[in-house]
Design a protein around this ligand. Structure first.
Ligand SMILES: Cc1ncc(COP(=O)(O)O)c(C=O)c1O
Length: 465
């Protein structure tokens, strides 16, 4: 079998040793083929099909300055290089990937690359750790100024009005964490290009992963991931990456930015270990099959939740009833679009798979949510997301506790339950949720109801408490 695998990754601290060149460009291969082969070529020294883990911290030089591409493992390591090549293969439109020891280290490095006294315009419902870094670290150490705007609902004039002379970056998450607000990325890119300061547009693509969304194809300048989540996918690695397009434009010097980020990667030393890089690369090989299963399970779970009387509101942009469902559809990556268009109509009766995250609110509010979570068995009550196993959490008390209470209230985070739908048998997950919801005490659920089961049909006879 001959498969064409090469990337356009222009590493300065490694080389593409072992990368095969065959008939097809890597960008012409399908998503799963790229995930499995790009960056994971058989080892030229031994023929090992799976790349060996290179634990050495230092590399022999034949003469001073003459070496095989590696000198010291912080500045360059074969496993990190291999993972970075895989990431270039995964994130459509990418030319460069730079891996860090966590998603948070990626955030810190990108913000530091802006220099002192920059202004950042951020979506208001941003990941709690990003909010904390902007307001409590970047502000104190670099004078970074941040404005948080509801980029889902703000008008063009409001957004343009919030862009200042020193605005260097617009920070987007879509869908946001945890309220799953959807941002129209091409619209924000268009506004960024119209603004005199021409800020870069960054998309934190952690929630949808490179499978469901390709923000670089929509005009974004930087994509970041907490690889800790879907890309690694097995809840056993903490890691992050920044991914950029290959070709600079008159307004966008990507090569210059990549050089700056690589310099900071080495200077800070917040680099992932060879073993973690190897694990994340292994995880990434199954990203497509996992993301398909996450999405189908999440869609089924979201539609089940809408039918339960204890549930007040379900947020899943894949649901046809979601107010911005049309935007979810148009935001899909080419490979997700292809996956969905090949699904049988019966799978799409309630909407489309759109990542694995579902948030919902109970009629009984925060008290009810706290009562629900310990009743779940297959959904583990835990922070994080994106692993094969299902997780459930209360963002206001857990992942988003660092956001001030008044802001959490205004954003709609209070009382919200966030599910990371895993890839277990979906009916087992639905049964787990149903049993926990049915088991809520009347005072917790804000509802009094009787359940009558007749064959496969369940009737809820409900009265407001
Ligand atoms: C959307 C998002 N971005 C960034 C991060 C930070 O990543 P890490 O935990 O790998 O530092 C997280 C962590 O939960 C996240 O959810």
């Amino acid at each position: 079998m001959t498969i064409s695998v090469f990337t356009t990754n222009g590493h300065t601290n490694g080389h593409a040793k072992g990368v095969k060149r065959h008939s097809k460009r890597s960008s012409e291969l399908g998503f799963s083929t790229r995930a499995i082969h790009v960056g994971s070529e058989p080892d030229p020294a031994t023929g090992a099909v799976i790349p060996p883990i290179s634990l050495s911290t230092t590399y022999k030089q034949d003469e001073v300055g003459v070496h095989k591409g590696y000198e010291y493992s912080r500045s360059g390591n074969p496993n990190r290089d291999a993972l970075e090549r895989t990431l270039v293969g995964l994130e459509a439109g990418a030319g460069h990937a730079i891996a860090f020891a966590s998603g948070s280290a990626t955030t810190a490095t990108v913000l530091q690359s802006l220099g002192p006294n920059a202004h950042v315009l951020s979506v208001n419902d941003v990941y709690g750790g990003t909010f904390r870094y902007l307001t409590r670290v970047a502000k104190e150490t670099m004078g970074t100024e941040s404005t948080f705007v509801d980029l889902e609902n703000a008008t063009d004039d409001e957004i343009l009005g919030a862009i200042k002379e020193n605005t260097k970056l617009i920070w987007i998450e879509s869908p946001t964490n945890p309220t799953l607000r959807l941002i129209d990325i091409p619209r924000i890119v268009g506004l960024a290009h119209r603004a005199p300061s021409k800020p870069l547009v960054l998309v934190d693509n952690t929630f949808l992963s490179p499978f469901y969304a390709s923000p670089l194809l929509q005009g974004a300048d930087i994509v970041i991931h907490s690889l800790t989540k879907y890309v690694n996918g097995h809840s056993d690695v903490v890691m992050g990456a920044a991914i950029l397009p290959s070709l600079s434009t008159p307004d966008r010097d990507y090569e210059g930015l990549v050089q700056k980020l690589r310099f900071l990667q080495n200077a800070h030393g917040a680099v992932p270990s060879p073993f973690d890089s190897w694990l994340a690369q292994r995880g990434a090989k199954t990203l497509a099959v996992r993301m398909k299963a996450h999405g189908l399970n999440a869609l089924r779970i979201a539609s089940f939740l809408t039918s339960h009387p204890a549930v007040e509101h379900v947020i899943y942009p894949g649901l046809a009833s979601h107010p911005l469902h049309a935007l979810a559809r148009t935001s899909l990556s080419p490979h997700a679009e292809q996956f969905i268009s090949n699904l049988p109509p019966s799978s799409l009766a309630h909407g489309i798979p759109y990542g694995g995250m579902v948030s919902f609110r109970l009629r009984g509010g925060a008290r009810s949510a706290e009562a629900l979570l310990p009743k779940l068995n297959l959904f583990t009550l835990a922070e994080s997301l994106g692993g094969v196993e299902s997780l459930a959490e209360l963002p206001a008390r857990m992942t988003h506790a660092s956001i001030p209470a008044a802001e959490r209230e205004a954003l709609g985070i209070e009382g919200l339950v966030r599910l990371s739908c895993g890839i277990e048998e979906v009916e087992d997950l639905v049964d787990d949720l149903r049993a926990a919801l049915d088991g809520l005490e009347d005072e917790d659920s804000g509802y009094t109801y009787t359940v009558i089961v007749s064959g496969s049909i369940r009737w809820y006879i409900a009265l407001e408490a």
